[in-house]
Each structure stands twice: as structure tokens, then as C-alpha cells.
Ligand binder design. Structure first.
Ligand SMILES: [Cu+2]
Length: 450
């Protein structure tokens, strides 16, 4: 070995030992997996900078390890089984045992190193939606870097330059992989814990699937006609409630990775839109809302002070998105007299029930026989009867005396005496009617005209 080689070798050694000093672990972080569809409230961070963790509805946050000053995560893209609701399981693709994938939480200013192992039968990639990072880390297969082949692990590494709510999803065979449930939330907390603090911070992703009743795998070529409208791949009545202590400052973060917009409406409050996936909304630019439309491929966060006790519905305002599978091709029978027809059908099919002649509320109550592996179209029971809801629906439960880290269901709210709608049993006054001849359309006799 000549002097030059020795020097070069020595320099190499020195560099290696410097790298080793910076990198405590030279193996991959353990790939954590979670097999329950219940909300797992994340523990407060035990190392790294402090923050107030988000509560992912029916989800969990991915554990990490600190490797010197780098926060390391291990995502595994793989086939999963997801219980969408009691009685319905879907075979999806997701991350670390679940669809939607675990929430990644870190702090502004941190450097993250994310190992992504591909256990899918085809290549994948991970795009970090909304994060500011080097072009080669952007996760567009074929553009930013070669797609990750099956069985391989790629490493993404970048600095978190801003706080906010972001998302991750494949940018490789995207239509199929997102229709199969591959997506997750990426929360970057502000470096200053005093910046826009909240007591409760809820997060969920809107995801839509097309799964025929009695089947398990989404139809991945579907473009618009989805039938399972989910929050974090869960549907009502099995989306967990948002449990809140009276007086808490509450944030709700909602990302949309479906193919249509969703106006999310919350009862009982007005709120302020405080964040998009582009960043925090300056105080002077915030506006009051009771519904917030979440565009496709976007995130909105809103905040409110939970001063009104009660059980408050929170749901997508597109009413067919608060329905579960079935029913999209149902004809409208309102006002149709089906008695004669029912008699004729009953001769062939005993026990046939006509439906929908007075609306469809009877479907919420009826326990119709369903094929295996599906749920009723409209379902869920409250203290006073069927809620006739499904899909994207849950309840914000505001109560006094809920402990800071307690998210367990407090049961139904009891309305204080005198504060609940009641039945009028007295005389009714004569109804006011418009009697102007200009606006009265004479009724037609449809039967005689045929
Ligand atoms: Cu919707």
C-alpha cells in the first residue's frame, strides 16, 4: 500500500467512523404492525421533541426510533384485512397491517428517514403529499426515482421544513393502489408547542371503495360509482365517536383521497378553518363555517371551542355518502300503491315485503336478510331509535368531566328536562295555505290518463 492509498484508506475509515458516530443503528427499524380497527390513542412522545399527538379515528400512529438526530420509521406496503364494520371485512392493500395506514407524526425542523418495504405483488412508491422536500424524495415512480420492486426496501430521507397536515400515498399504479386503500396521514407538529395549541386533535382520511355486497375485494377499475364511503376505511355505525371534554379547544383534520368532494358538516357549532395541506391559515383570513367542503386530493382542518354539551352529528352532507352498499339502482316508489303487486309477488315469494312506498325509513328498522359480508344500507341505533345512517357519519360527544387522555365512549347524552323536542297533543290551528289562483296547479288524474 503506497502513501496515497494509505491516506485514502485512512480517510475512508475516518469517514466511515464519522458516519457510524452519526448513525447509531445500521439495521432497519422494526416494522410495527397493528391488527385492531379500534382507535389507538398514541402515547405522548418519550424521545425527540415534544408535541401533542393526534388521535386518528379507528387508527394509530407509527412508532419510531431516534437514530442519533434522525427520526426513523418503517412502512411496509402489504395486503391487509380491514374490518370496515361489524359483519364486513374488506381485503385491501395498506401499510403495517391496516388500511388506511398508520399516521406518521414528527416535528417541524426534524429530519426523518422512512424505510419503505414493498410486500405487494407489484411495484409501488410513496408520495409525501404537501411536504416540501428534494425532488428525488417526492415518490413519483419513474419520475422522482425508480418504483420500488416487490420485495425491495427503499429509503426516503428529508427535513421537515414546515408544520401542518399532510398525506402519503403511492404514486405508482395509483388508480389501483389507492382504490385498494393505500393511504395515510403525515402530521408535522409545530416546533413551538405554544403555536395554536389544542386539547384534542382528531384526524381522519376520506376513502371510497366499490365492494359489491357479498364480496371482499374492491373493484379497482371503478371511476365514479363507489359504494363504500369511509373514514379511515371504517363505516358508520362503527366509526368511533369524537369524544371531547366540555371547554376543550378541538381540532379536526380531514384529508380527501377519494375521487369526489365531501362537504363535512358538524352539528351544534360553528367553526373556523385553520389549516389546509398548504399550511396554516392566518388568523385574519379565517372564516366561519358549519360545513367544510374537502376537495379531491386536499386536506382541511378546523377548530372550535367545545362549549355546547351534547351528542352532535358529524357527517358528509352528500346524503348518499351516509349510506352503505346496495341501493344505488333502487327505483323511487314514494306514493306508489304496491298492495296489488305485493299480493301477486307473495304467491311466488312468501314473506315478500314492499319497500319505499312512504320513503325508505323502514329500511333502517328492518332486519332484511343480507348476503354474507355486507352491512345494511342505513343502520345504527341511537337512544330513540334507528339513525338511518351509514358510511361517512359519526358523533361528536361533548361532556363535562372527561379526563385529558380519555377517548372512551361516554354513552348517549341525556338531554336536560325541557330541552328536547316533544310531541304536541293539543288542537292544531287551521293550516295557512296559499290560495292564490296564480300558483295553484290543478291536480291531474294520472290513473285515468294511463
Ligand atoms: Cu361525501
Amino acid at each position: 500500500m503506497n502513501r496515497r492509498q494509505l491516506l485514502a484508506g485512512g480517510a475512508g475509515l475516518a469517514m466511515a467512523s464519522a458516519a457510524q458516530a452519526q448513525t447509531r443503528f445500521r439495521d432497519l427499524p422494526e416494522a410495527a404492525s397493528y391488527d385492531s380497527p379500534n382507535t389507538q390513542v398514541p402515547p405522548r412522545p418519550s424521545n425527540g421533541p415534544d408535541y401533542n399527538p393526534v388521535v386518528t379515528l379507528n387508527g394509530w400512529s407509527l412508532p419510531w426510533r431516534m437514530n442519533s438526530n434522525v427520526k426513523e420509521f418503517h412502512l411496509v406496503a402489504e395486503p391487509v384485512e380491514r374490518i370496515m364494520a361489524n359483519g364486513m371485512m374488506a381485503r385491501l392493500w395498506g401499510y403495517n397491517g391496516q388500511s388506511t395506514g398508520p399516521t406518521i407524526e414528527a416535528v417541524e425542523g426534524e429530519r426523518v428517514r422512512i424505510y419503505v418495504t414493498n410486500r405487494l405483488p407489484e411495484h409501488t412508491s410513496v408520495h409525501w403529499h404537501g411536504l416540501i422536500l428534494p425532488s428525488g424524495m417526492d415518490g413519483v415512480g419513474g419520475l422522482s426515482h425508480p418504483a420500488i420492486p416487490p420485495g425491495k426496501t427503499f429509503v426516503y430521507e428529508f427535513d421537515l421544513t414546515k408544520s401542518g397536515t399532510f398525506m402519503y400515498h403511492p404514486h405508482a399504479d395509483e388508480m389501483v393502489q389507492m382504490a385498494m386503500g393505500m393511504m395515510g396521514l403525515f402530521i408535522v407538529h409545530p416546533r413551538d408547542p405554544a403555536f395554536m395549541p389544542v386539547d384534542r386533535d382528531f384526524a381522519f382520511l376520506l376513502a371510497a371503495y366499490d365492494i359489491d355486497p357479498g364480496t371482499y375485494i374492491p373493484r379497482v377499475a371503478e371511476m365514479t360509482n363507489f359504494n363504500m364511503w369511509t373514514w379511515n376505511s371504517r363505516i358508520f355505525p362503527d366509526i368511533d365517536p369524537l369524544v371531547v371534554n366540555k371547554g376543550d379547544r378541538v381540532r379536526v383534520r380531514c384529508g380527501n383521497l377519494t375521487m369526489t368532494n365531501h362537504p363535512i358538516h358538524m352539528h351544534g357549532y360553528d367553526f373556523e378553518v385553520t389549516c389546509t395541506d398548504g399550511g396554516w391559515v392566518p388568523e385574519s383570513a379565517r372564516w366561519p363555517e358549519v360545513s367544510i367542503d374537502i376537495p379531491v386530493g386536499a386536506m382541511r382542518a378546523y377548530e372550535f371551542d367545545a362549549v355546547h354539551e351534547g351528542d352532535w352529528a358529524i357527517h358528509c352532507h352528500k346524503s348518499h355518502h351516509t349510506m352503505n352498499a346496495m341501493g344505488h339502482d333502487l327505483p323511487t316508489f314514494i306514493g306508489v300503491d304496491k298492495r296489488k303487486l305485493t299480493g301477486m309477488i307473495r304467491k311466488e315469494t312468501r314473506g315478500y315485503m314492499p319497500m319505499g312506498t312512504a320513503g325508505m325509513a323502514d329500511m333502517g328498522e328492518m332486519s332484511m336478510e343480507l348476503p354474507e359480508n355486507t352491512v345494511p344500507m342505513m343502520t345504527g341505533w341511537g337512544p330513540y331509535g334507528p339513525l338511518e345512517m351509514g358510511g361517512m357519519f359519526s358523533v361528536v360527544k361533548v361532556r363535562e368531566g372527561i379526563a385529558p387522555d380519555d377517548y372512551s365512549d361516554p354513552g348517549w347524552y341525556e338531554n336536560p328536562p325541557g330541552t328536547e323536542a316533544w310531541e304536541w297533543t293539543g288542537e292544531l290551528p287551521e293550516e295557512a295555505r296559499n290560495t292564490s289562483p296564480d300558483t295553484i296547479i290543478p291536480p291531474r288524474d294520472h290513473v285515468r290518463r294511463g
